[in-house]
Design a protein around this ligand. Structure first.
Ligand code: C2O
Ligand code: CU
Length: 491
Protein backbone atom coordinates (compact mmCIF):
# COMPACT_ATOMS: atom_id res chain seq x y z
CA UNK A 1 0.00 0.00 0.00
CA UNK A 2 1.31 3.42 -0.88
CA UNK A 3 1.94 5.67 2.06
CA UNK A 4 -0.44 8.56 2.34
CA UNK A 5 1.50 11.41 3.80
CA UNK A 6 -0.12 14.70 4.61
CA UNK A 7 2.73 17.13 4.73
CA UNK A 8 2.81 20.84 4.94
CA UNK A 9 4.06 22.10 1.61
CA UNK A 10 5.40 25.20 3.27
CA UNK A 11 8.19 22.98 4.56
CA UNK A 12 8.07 24.49 8.02
CA UNK A 13 8.64 21.69 10.41
CA UNK A 14 8.35 17.94 10.55
CA UNK A 15 5.89 18.01 13.41
CA UNK A 16 3.17 18.62 10.85
CA UNK A 17 3.80 15.40 8.98
CA UNK A 18 1.35 12.64 9.72
CA UNK A 19 2.36 9.33 8.29
CA UNK A 20 0.07 6.38 8.81
CA UNK A 21 1.97 3.22 9.57
CA UNK A 22 2.71 1.31 6.42
CA UNK A 23 1.48 -2.26 6.37
CA UNK A 24 4.93 -3.67 5.91
CA UNK A 25 7.58 -1.39 7.19
CA UNK A 26 6.12 0.07 10.38
CA UNK A 27 8.06 3.29 10.10
CA UNK A 28 6.63 6.65 11.00
CA UNK A 29 8.89 8.87 8.89
CA UNK A 30 9.32 12.14 10.71
CA UNK A 31 12.97 13.10 11.08
CA UNK A 32 14.99 15.06 8.51
CA UNK A 33 17.75 12.82 7.20
CA UNK A 34 21.12 13.81 8.62
CA UNK A 35 23.64 14.17 5.83
CA UNK A 36 27.24 14.00 7.04
CA UNK A 37 29.11 17.24 6.26
CA UNK A 38 31.97 17.23 3.79
CA UNK A 39 35.26 17.30 5.66
CA UNK A 40 37.13 20.55 5.06
CA UNK A 41 40.81 19.89 4.43
CA UNK A 42 43.08 21.92 6.72
CA UNK A 43 45.45 22.22 3.79
CA UNK A 44 44.40 21.98 0.15
CA UNK A 45 47.25 22.91 -2.20
CA UNK A 46 46.90 22.50 -5.93
CA UNK A 47 49.87 21.43 -8.00
CA UNK A 48 50.39 19.97 -11.44
CA UNK A 49 50.27 16.40 -10.27
CA UNK A 50 47.15 16.66 -8.15
CA UNK A 51 46.16 18.38 -4.94
CA UNK A 52 47.75 17.84 -1.58
CA UNK A 53 44.87 17.52 0.89
CA UNK A 54 45.34 17.21 4.63
CA UNK A 55 42.39 16.23 6.78
CA UNK A 56 42.32 16.38 10.57
CA UNK A 57 39.94 13.90 12.16
CA UNK A 58 39.25 13.27 15.82
CA UNK A 59 37.39 10.23 17.12
CA UNK A 60 35.41 11.17 20.21
CA UNK A 61 32.53 10.17 22.45
CA UNK A 62 29.24 11.98 22.10
CA UNK A 63 25.55 11.93 22.67
CA UNK A 64 22.77 11.99 20.07
CA UNK A 65 19.00 12.31 20.06
CA UNK A 66 18.13 9.31 17.89
CA UNK A 67 15.00 7.85 19.46
CA UNK A 68 12.42 9.43 21.76
CA UNK A 69 13.88 7.72 24.81
CA UNK A 70 17.38 9.16 24.32
CA UNK A 71 19.78 10.83 24.29
CA UNK A 72 21.94 7.93 23.19
CA UNK A 73 25.63 7.67 23.94
CA UNK A 74 27.38 7.47 20.60
CA UNK A 75 30.85 7.76 19.12
CA UNK A 76 31.75 9.94 16.19
CA UNK A 77 34.49 11.68 14.28
CA UNK A 78 34.50 15.46 14.63
CA UNK A 79 30.97 15.15 15.93
CA UNK A 80 28.70 13.09 18.13
CA UNK A 81 27.83 10.28 15.75
CA UNK A 82 29.44 8.91 12.56
CA UNK A 83 32.01 10.96 10.68
CA UNK A 84 32.26 13.54 7.90
CA UNK A 85 32.42 12.57 4.23
CA UNK A 86 35.95 12.75 2.89
CA UNK A 87 36.46 13.58 -0.74
CA UNK A 88 39.51 13.46 -3.01
CA UNK A 89 40.32 13.06 -6.69
CA UNK A 90 42.46 10.59 -8.53
CA UNK A 91 46.06 11.77 -8.33
CA UNK A 92 45.63 13.69 -5.07
CA UNK A 93 48.07 13.19 -2.24
CA UNK A 94 45.95 12.62 0.85
CA UNK A 95 47.26 13.00 4.35
CA UNK A 96 45.19 12.26 7.44
CA UNK A 97 45.89 13.38 11.00
CA UNK A 98 43.74 11.04 12.99
CA UNK A 99 43.54 11.75 16.73
CA UNK A 100 41.98 9.21 19.07
CA UNK A 101 40.07 10.95 21.88
CA UNK A 102 38.12 7.76 22.65
CA UNK A 103 38.66 5.88 25.91
CA UNK A 104 39.89 2.82 23.93
CA UNK A 105 42.53 2.08 21.35
CA UNK A 106 41.12 1.92 17.83
CA UNK A 107 42.18 2.23 14.20
CA UNK A 108 40.79 3.80 11.06
CA UNK A 109 40.67 1.67 7.92
CA UNK A 110 40.06 3.06 4.40
CA UNK A 111 37.80 0.37 3.02
CA UNK A 112 38.27 -0.17 -0.73
CA UNK A 113 41.36 2.03 -1.02
CA UNK A 114 44.57 1.03 -2.82
CA UNK A 115 47.33 2.23 -0.53
CA UNK A 116 50.49 1.19 1.34
CA UNK A 117 49.90 -1.35 4.10
CA UNK A 118 51.20 1.07 6.77
CA UNK A 119 48.45 3.53 5.76
CA UNK A 120 45.69 0.90 5.61
CA UNK A 121 44.44 1.38 9.17
CA UNK A 122 43.99 -2.31 9.88
CA UNK A 123 44.67 -4.05 13.20
CA UNK A 124 48.43 -3.38 12.93
CA UNK A 125 47.96 0.40 12.89
CA UNK A 126 46.36 0.83 16.30
CA UNK A 127 46.02 4.31 17.75
CA UNK A 128 46.08 4.50 21.53
CA UNK A 129 43.85 6.97 23.39
CA UNK A 130 45.45 10.41 23.22
CA UNK A 131 47.64 9.43 20.28
CA UNK A 132 47.63 10.61 16.68
CA UNK A 133 48.23 8.56 13.54
CA UNK A 134 49.28 10.19 10.27
CA UNK A 135 48.97 8.03 7.17
CA UNK A 136 49.37 9.44 3.69
CA UNK A 137 48.99 8.06 0.18
CA UNK A 138 48.29 9.10 -3.38
CA UNK A 139 44.83 8.30 -4.75
CA UNK A 140 45.38 5.89 -7.64
CA UNK A 141 42.05 4.36 -8.58
CA UNK A 142 38.79 5.30 -10.31
CA UNK A 143 35.96 7.42 -8.95
CA UNK A 144 34.07 5.39 -6.35
CA UNK A 145 32.15 5.42 -3.10
CA UNK A 146 34.50 4.06 -0.46
CA UNK A 147 34.13 4.27 3.30
CA UNK A 148 36.13 4.22 6.50
CA UNK A 149 35.68 2.43 9.80
CA UNK A 150 37.74 1.13 12.74
CA UNK A 151 39.50 -2.24 12.48
CA UNK A 152 40.85 -3.17 15.95
CA UNK A 153 41.13 -6.93 16.07
CA UNK A 154 38.24 -8.36 18.11
CA UNK A 155 36.56 -4.97 18.60
CA UNK A 156 35.57 -3.89 15.11
CA UNK A 157 31.89 -4.69 15.50
CA UNK A 158 31.60 -2.70 18.75
CA UNK A 159 33.50 0.33 17.47
CA UNK A 160 31.47 0.53 14.26
CA UNK A 161 28.28 -0.08 16.22
CA UNK A 162 28.97 2.83 18.56
CA UNK A 163 29.23 5.08 15.54
CA UNK A 164 32.67 5.34 13.96
CA UNK A 165 32.07 5.17 10.21
CA UNK A 166 31.95 7.55 7.28
CA UNK A 167 32.06 7.85 3.51
CA UNK A 168 35.12 8.48 1.35
CA UNK A 169 34.13 9.66 -2.12
CA UNK A 170 36.68 9.52 -4.92
CA UNK A 171 36.35 11.59 -8.10
CA UNK A 172 38.05 11.35 -11.47
CA UNK A 173 37.88 12.88 -14.95
CA UNK A 174 35.88 10.02 -16.51
CA UNK A 175 33.14 10.37 -13.92
CA UNK A 176 33.17 14.19 -14.23
CA UNK A 177 32.64 13.90 -17.98
CA UNK A 178 29.30 12.11 -17.49
CA UNK A 179 26.00 13.87 -17.02
CA UNK A 180 25.32 12.52 -13.55
CA UNK A 181 24.04 14.23 -10.40
CA UNK A 182 27.06 15.18 -8.30
CA UNK A 183 26.15 18.09 -6.06
CA UNK A 184 26.74 16.75 -2.58
CA UNK A 185 23.72 17.03 -0.26
CA UNK A 186 21.57 18.42 -3.11
CA UNK A 187 21.26 15.66 -5.67
CA UNK A 188 24.10 13.41 -4.51
CA UNK A 189 23.40 11.95 -1.10
CA UNK A 190 25.14 9.26 0.96
CA UNK A 191 22.95 6.72 2.76
CA UNK A 192 24.70 4.75 5.49
CA UNK A 193 22.38 1.90 6.51
CA UNK A 194 22.88 0.57 10.05
CA UNK A 195 20.52 -1.45 12.22
CA UNK A 196 20.44 -0.81 15.95
CA UNK A 197 18.36 -1.79 18.96
CA UNK A 198 17.64 0.61 21.80
CA UNK A 199 16.70 -0.10 25.39
CA UNK A 200 14.04 1.87 27.27
CA UNK A 201 16.63 4.47 28.29
CA UNK A 202 17.64 5.00 24.67
CA UNK A 203 20.97 3.17 24.98
CA UNK A 204 22.14 1.16 21.98
CA UNK A 205 22.05 -2.52 22.89
CA UNK A 206 25.47 -4.04 22.34
CA UNK A 207 25.03 -7.48 23.78
CA UNK A 208 22.77 -9.68 21.66
CA UNK A 209 25.06 -11.56 19.37
CA UNK A 210 23.32 -14.76 18.30
CA UNK A 211 25.22 -16.45 15.46
CA UNK A 212 26.11 -13.69 13.12
CA UNK A 213 26.52 -10.63 15.28
CA UNK A 214 24.34 -7.85 16.55
CA UNK A 215 21.04 -7.40 14.78
CA UNK A 216 18.91 -4.34 15.44
CA UNK A 217 15.20 -3.78 14.92
CA UNK A 218 15.59 -0.12 13.90
CA UNK A 219 17.39 0.89 10.73
CA UNK A 220 19.21 4.20 10.99
CA UNK A 221 20.17 6.04 7.84
CA UNK A 222 23.17 8.30 8.49
CA UNK A 223 22.33 7.89 12.17
CA UNK A 224 18.73 9.11 11.70
CA UNK A 225 15.75 6.98 12.70
CA UNK A 226 12.57 7.26 10.60
CA UNK A 227 14.27 9.58 8.11
CA UNK A 228 12.84 11.86 5.44
CA UNK A 229 14.89 13.22 2.54
CA UNK A 230 13.58 16.34 0.82
CA UNK A 231 14.29 15.86 -2.86
CA UNK A 232 14.90 18.95 -4.99
CA UNK A 233 15.95 17.48 -8.34
CA UNK A 234 14.23 15.16 -10.78
CA UNK A 235 17.18 12.81 -10.55
CA UNK A 236 18.97 12.01 -7.31
CA UNK A 237 22.06 9.90 -6.85
CA UNK A 238 22.04 7.82 -3.70
CA UNK A 239 25.32 6.34 -2.52
CA UNK A 240 24.13 3.44 -0.42
CA UNK A 241 26.46 1.73 2.06
CA UNK A 242 25.60 -1.30 4.14
CA UNK A 243 27.35 -0.17 7.32
CA UNK A 244 25.73 -2.87 9.43
CA UNK A 245 27.62 -5.67 11.09
CA UNK A 246 25.38 -8.60 10.21
CA UNK A 247 22.21 -7.47 8.46
CA UNK A 248 21.93 -7.63 4.70
CA UNK A 249 19.55 -5.41 2.75
CA UNK A 250 17.73 -5.87 -0.55
CA UNK A 251 17.10 -2.24 -1.39
CA UNK A 252 14.23 -1.26 -3.68
CA UNK A 253 11.20 1.02 -3.80
CA UNK A 254 7.92 0.23 -2.09
CA UNK A 255 5.93 1.34 -5.15
CA UNK A 256 7.81 -1.04 -7.42
CA UNK A 257 9.71 1.55 -9.44
CA UNK A 258 13.04 0.15 -10.56
CA UNK A 259 16.40 0.95 -9.06
CA UNK A 260 18.95 2.19 -11.56
CA UNK A 261 22.35 1.10 -10.37
CA UNK A 262 25.37 2.94 -11.77
CA UNK A 263 28.24 1.90 -9.53
CA UNK A 264 29.33 -0.97 -7.31
CA UNK A 265 31.98 -0.95 -4.56
CA UNK A 266 34.95 0.12 -6.65
CA UNK A 267 33.46 2.44 -9.25
CA UNK A 268 31.07 2.98 -12.13
CA UNK A 269 29.57 0.09 -14.06
CA UNK A 270 29.97 0.05 -17.86
CA UNK A 271 26.28 0.95 -18.19
CA UNK A 272 23.36 1.63 -15.84
CA UNK A 273 21.59 -1.55 -14.70
CA UNK A 274 17.87 -1.57 -13.93
CA UNK A 275 16.99 -3.79 -11.02
CA UNK A 276 14.06 -4.49 -8.73
CA UNK A 277 16.42 -4.59 -5.79
CA UNK A 278 20.08 -4.14 -4.98
CA UNK A 279 21.35 -6.63 -2.42
CA UNK A 280 24.02 -5.29 -0.10
CA UNK A 281 25.73 -7.44 2.50
CA UNK A 282 27.86 -5.77 5.19
CA UNK A 283 30.51 -3.47 3.74
CA UNK A 284 29.11 -3.39 0.18
CA UNK A 285 28.09 -0.19 -1.61
CA UNK A 286 25.94 0.69 -4.61
CA UNK A 287 25.29 4.03 -6.27
CA UNK A 288 21.73 4.25 -7.53
CA UNK A 289 19.76 6.90 -9.41
CA UNK A 290 16.13 7.66 -8.70
CA UNK A 291 13.89 9.91 -10.81
CA UNK A 292 10.91 11.59 -9.18
CA UNK A 293 7.96 13.71 -10.27
CA UNK A 294 7.23 17.04 -8.56
CA UNK A 295 5.33 16.58 -5.31
CA UNK A 296 5.73 12.81 -5.39
CA UNK A 297 6.84 10.52 -2.56
CA UNK A 298 8.70 7.26 -2.62
CA UNK A 299 9.72 4.89 0.13
CA UNK A 300 13.07 3.15 -0.04
CA UNK A 301 12.56 -0.28 1.43
CA UNK A 302 14.57 -3.40 2.19
CA UNK A 303 12.73 -6.50 1.01
CA UNK A 304 13.05 -10.12 2.13
CA UNK A 305 15.80 -11.85 0.21
CA UNK A 306 17.11 -15.31 -0.54
CA UNK A 307 20.65 -15.67 0.72
CA UNK A 308 20.68 -19.45 0.40
CA UNK A 309 21.54 -19.95 4.05
CA UNK A 310 20.07 -22.54 6.40
CA UNK A 311 16.71 -21.63 7.86
CA UNK A 312 17.62 -20.52 11.35
CA UNK A 313 20.43 -18.37 10.00
CA UNK A 314 18.10 -16.28 7.86
CA UNK A 315 16.63 -14.68 10.93
CA UNK A 316 20.02 -13.78 12.31
CA UNK A 317 20.97 -11.71 9.26
CA UNK A 318 17.52 -10.15 9.02
CA UNK A 319 17.15 -11.43 5.48
CA UNK A 320 13.49 -12.33 6.03
CA UNK A 321 12.61 -8.85 7.26
CA UNK A 322 10.82 -6.16 5.31
CA UNK A 323 11.96 -2.76 6.54
CA UNK A 324 11.20 0.74 5.37
CA UNK A 325 14.42 2.72 5.20
CA UNK A 326 13.75 6.25 3.98
CA UNK A 327 10.95 8.47 2.73
CA UNK A 328 11.93 10.54 -0.32
CA UNK A 329 9.67 13.56 -0.62
CA UNK A 330 9.95 15.59 -3.81
CA UNK A 331 9.42 19.35 -3.86
CA UNK A 332 6.78 20.85 -6.16
CA UNK A 333 9.45 22.22 -8.48
CA UNK A 334 12.48 20.13 -9.27
CA UNK A 335 15.78 20.76 -10.98
CA UNK A 336 15.42 19.05 -14.39
CA UNK A 337 17.49 16.04 -15.39
CA UNK A 338 19.10 15.10 -18.70
CA UNK A 339 18.29 11.77 -20.36
CA UNK A 340 19.78 8.79 -18.52
CA UNK A 341 23.26 8.08 -19.92
CA UNK A 342 23.33 4.83 -21.86
CA UNK A 343 26.99 4.11 -21.20
CA UNK A 344 29.12 5.01 -18.21
CA UNK A 345 32.79 4.01 -18.27
CA UNK A 346 34.36 1.14 -20.18
CA UNK A 347 35.45 -1.64 -17.85
CA UNK A 348 38.93 -3.02 -18.23
CA UNK A 349 38.35 -6.74 -17.75
CA UNK A 350 41.09 -8.67 -16.02
CA UNK A 351 41.88 -11.73 -18.12
CA UNK A 352 42.04 -15.17 -16.62
CA UNK A 353 44.94 -16.18 -18.85
CA UNK A 354 47.03 -13.36 -17.36
CA UNK A 355 46.67 -14.74 -13.87
CA UNK A 356 49.75 -16.45 -12.48
CA UNK A 357 48.63 -17.82 -9.15
CA UNK A 358 45.36 -19.41 -8.08
CA UNK A 359 44.65 -19.61 -4.34
CA UNK A 360 41.79 -21.29 -2.54
CA UNK A 361 40.01 -20.00 0.58
CA UNK A 362 37.45 -22.09 2.41
CA UNK A 363 35.25 -20.25 4.92
CA UNK A 364 33.73 -22.43 7.61
CA UNK A 365 32.80 -21.95 11.28
CA UNK A 366 34.62 -18.64 11.68
CA UNK A 367 37.81 -20.01 10.16
CA UNK A 368 39.48 -19.48 6.82
CA UNK A 369 41.34 -22.53 5.53
CA UNK A 370 40.97 -24.10 8.96
CA UNK A 371 42.60 -21.27 10.88
CA UNK A 372 41.57 -18.41 13.07
CA UNK A 373 43.20 -15.02 12.60
CA UNK A 374 46.63 -14.68 14.18
CA UNK A 375 48.18 -11.22 14.17
CA UNK A 376 51.66 -12.83 14.16
CA UNK A 377 51.08 -15.19 11.25
CA UNK A 378 51.38 -14.32 7.55
CA UNK A 379 49.06 -16.57 5.56
CA UNK A 380 49.83 -15.57 1.98
CA UNK A 381 52.64 -13.88 0.06
CA UNK A 382 51.72 -12.09 -3.14
CA UNK A 383 54.02 -10.54 -5.74
CA UNK A 384 53.41 -6.86 -6.48
CA UNK A 385 51.78 -6.04 -9.80
CA UNK A 386 50.67 -9.61 -10.55
CA UNK A 387 47.19 -10.88 -11.36
CA UNK A 388 45.79 -13.71 -9.24
CA UNK A 389 42.62 -15.74 -9.04
CA UNK A 390 41.18 -16.34 -5.59
CA UNK A 391 38.66 -19.15 -5.34
CA UNK A 392 36.57 -18.51 -2.27
CA UNK A 393 34.16 -21.07 -0.95
CA UNK A 394 31.61 -20.87 1.83
CA UNK A 395 31.34 -24.57 2.58
CA UNK A 396 28.77 -24.30 5.36
CA UNK A 397 25.19 -23.10 5.72
CA UNK A 398 26.12 -19.83 7.43
CA UNK A 399 26.10 -16.45 5.70
CA UNK A 400 29.53 -15.04 4.92
CA UNK A 401 30.98 -12.52 2.56
CA UNK A 402 34.57 -11.82 1.58
CA UNK A 403 36.56 -8.60 1.55
CA UNK A 404 40.14 -8.10 0.41
CA UNK A 405 42.18 -5.05 1.38
CA UNK A 406 44.23 -3.00 -1.10
CA UNK A 407 42.52 -4.31 -4.23
CA UNK A 408 39.35 -4.02 -6.22
CA UNK A 409 38.54 -7.37 -7.79
CA UNK A 410 36.25 -8.68 -10.50
CA UNK A 411 33.93 -11.62 -10.03
CA UNK A 412 34.60 -14.30 -12.67
CA UNK A 413 31.95 -16.79 -11.60
CA UNK A 414 29.49 -17.51 -8.82
CA UNK A 415 28.69 -21.21 -8.56
CA UNK A 416 30.17 -21.70 -12.01
CA UNK A 417 27.97 -19.04 -13.64
CA UNK A 418 28.99 -15.64 -14.96
CA UNK A 419 27.95 -12.94 -12.48
CA UNK A 420 24.87 -10.77 -13.05
CA UNK A 421 25.65 -7.25 -14.38
CA UNK A 422 25.48 -5.64 -10.94
CA UNK A 423 28.35 -7.89 -9.82
CA UNK A 424 30.36 -7.51 -13.00
CA UNK A 425 32.14 -4.25 -12.10
CA UNK A 426 34.82 -3.45 -9.53
CA UNK A 427 34.14 -4.97 -6.13
CA UNK A 428 36.00 -5.26 -2.86
CA UNK A 429 33.38 -7.18 -0.90
CA UNK A 430 31.21 -9.98 -2.23
CA UNK A 431 28.54 -12.25 -0.82
CA UNK A 432 29.37 -15.96 -0.71
CA UNK A 433 26.26 -18.08 -1.19
CA UNK A 434 26.73 -21.32 0.75
CA UNK A 435 28.24 -24.20 -1.20
CA UNK A 436 28.84 -22.12 -4.31
CA UNK A 437 32.44 -21.34 -5.13
CA UNK A 438 33.07 -17.72 -6.07
CA UNK A 439 36.05 -17.02 -8.31
CA UNK A 440 37.64 -13.58 -8.06
CA UNK A 441 40.36 -12.03 -10.18
CA UNK A 442 42.52 -9.15 -8.96
CA UNK A 443 45.67 -7.27 -9.75
CA UNK A 444 47.83 -6.45 -6.76
CA UNK A 445 49.29 -3.00 -6.36
CA UNK A 446 52.83 -1.74 -6.20
CA UNK A 447 52.90 -0.91 -2.50
CA UNK A 448 55.16 -3.52 -0.97
CA UNK A 449 56.25 -4.60 2.49
CA UNK A 450 57.59 -7.91 3.75
CA UNK A 451 56.54 -6.92 7.28
CA UNK A 452 53.19 -5.16 7.31
CA UNK A 453 50.28 -7.28 6.10
CA UNK A 454 46.93 -6.50 4.54
CA UNK A 455 43.78 -8.37 5.60
CA UNK A 456 41.19 -10.53 3.91
CA UNK A 457 38.12 -11.48 5.88
CA UNK A 458 34.42 -12.02 6.22
CA UNK A 459 32.80 -8.57 6.61
CA UNK A 460 30.11 -9.79 8.97
CA UNK A 461 31.87 -7.92 11.73
CA UNK A 462 31.25 -10.43 14.48
CA UNK A 463 32.69 -13.22 12.34
CA UNK A 464 35.69 -11.04 11.62
CA UNK A 465 36.11 -10.31 15.33
CA UNK A 466 35.87 -14.02 16.08
CA UNK A 467 38.86 -14.64 13.82
CA UNK A 468 37.47 -15.15 10.31
CA UNK A 469 40.36 -13.18 8.87
CA UNK A 470 43.77 -13.83 7.34
CA UNK A 471 46.82 -11.76 6.44
CA UNK A 472 48.79 -11.32 3.23
CA UNK A 473 51.85 -9.32 2.34
CA UNK A 474 52.61 -7.85 -1.08
CA UNK A 475 56.32 -8.03 -1.87
CA UNK A 476 58.66 -7.01 -4.68
CA UNK A 477 59.43 -9.77 -7.20
CA UNK A 478 62.24 -11.91 -5.77
CA UNK A 479 61.43 -11.12 -2.14
CA UNK A 480 58.84 -13.90 -1.75
CA UNK A 481 61.24 -16.17 0.16
CA UNK A 482 62.09 -13.45 2.67
CA UNK A 483 58.69 -13.87 4.27
CA UNK A 484 58.04 -16.44 6.93
CA UNK A 485 54.69 -17.66 5.64
CA UNK A 486 52.59 -20.26 7.44
CA UNK A 487 52.22 -23.52 5.51
CA UNK A 488 48.65 -24.32 4.55
CA UNK A 489 46.78 -26.89 6.56
CA UNK A 490 45.57 -29.98 4.73
CA UNK A 491 42.04 -29.26 3.66
CU1 C2O B 1 35.73 -2.81 5.84
CU2 C2O B 1 38.96 -5.19 6.65
O1 C2O B 1 37.35 -3.97 6.30
CU1 CU C 1 31.07 -14.62 8.03
Amino acid sequence: AALAVVASLSGCGFAEIRTPRSTAGQVDFRNPLHIPPLAEPVIDEQSDDGAHRIFELTAQTGSSQIVDAGPTETWGIDGDHLGPTLRASRGDLVEIRFANALPEATSLHWHGMRLPAEADGGPHQMVEPGQTWEPSWRIDQPAATLWYHPHPHGQTEAHVHRGIAGMFILDDDEEQALDLPREYRVDDVPLILQDRSFDSAGRMVETSHRNNGMLGDTVLVNGTAEPVLDVTAVRTRLRVLNGSGARSYAVGFADGRPVTMIASDGGLLPAPVELDRVTLTPGERAEILVDMEPGEEAVLRSFPQELGITRGMADTTGSRDELDLLLLRAATTLRPAPPMPERLVPLESLEEREAGTVRGFELRTNRINGRLMDMDRIDEVVTAGTIEIWEVWNSHGQPHNFHVHDVQFQVLTVGGQAPPPELAGWKDTVYLPPHEPVRLIMRFGEHTSTEVPYMYHCHLLWHEDQGMMGQFVVVDPGDEDDVDVAPRLDQ
